[in-house]
Write a protein of this length. Structure first.
Length: 137
C-alpha cells in the first residue's frame, strides 16, 4: 500500500467515525439522553447553543444539558447529517452538520459547525461547536 493510499484509507475511516459521532448526537437527542450526549465531548469543549448561550468546559455543558435535554419538547423527529468534513490536520476536523426538526407544522433547520479532535485512542470528540438556527426569508 502506498503512503497516499494509506492516507486516503485513514481519512475515509475517520470520516466514517465522525459521521458516527454525528449519528450518535442524533440518537441521544431523540432519546433525550444527557449522559450519552455528554460522552461525545472533550473535557475542554466549548459549546454555543442555537440561541447563543456560550458554555465553556464539560462541566458547564453538562449542567446545561442535564437541565434542558430531558425536558426538551418538540413535536416530531430531529435528524442530523454530516454534510461536509474538512480536515484541518489529521487529528482535527471541521464538520458542517445539517440539523432538521421535523414536525406537523413544518421543518425547521439548524446549521451546526462541530470542530472535532481525534484522541490518542482513536475516538473523535466534539471540541468546539456552534449551533446556529437557520432562518428562511
Amino acid at each position: 500500500m502506498t503512503t497516499e493510499t494509506a492516507h486516503t484509507a485513514a481519512a475515509q475511516s475517520d470520516r466514517r467515525a465522525i459521521a458516527e459521532v454525528v449519528a450518535t448526537v442524533e440518537r441521544t437527542q431523540r432519546a433525550k439522553d444527557p449522559d450519552g450526549f455528554l460522552a461525545l465531548f472533550h473535557s475542554d469543549a466549548v459549546w454555543t447553543t442555537g440561541h447563543g448561550k456560550v458554555l465553556i468546559g464539560l462541566d458547564a455543558i453538562a449542567e446545561f444539558t442535564r437541565a434542558v435535554l430531558p425536558n426538551a419538547t418538540w413535536d416530531g423527529d430531529v435528524t442530523y447529517e454530516a454534510m461536509h468534513t474538512q480536515f484541518l490536520r489529521p487529528d482535527v476536523a471541521a464538520v458542517k452538520v445539517r440539523q432538521v426538526y421535523h414536525s406537523p407544522q413544518g421543518d425547521t433547520e439548524g446549521a451546526p459547525l462541530y470542530v472535532m479532535t481525534k484522541q490518542d485512542d482513536g475516538r473523535w470528540l466534539l471540541h468546539a461547536c456552534q449551533n446556529t438556527e437557520v432562518h428562511v426569508d
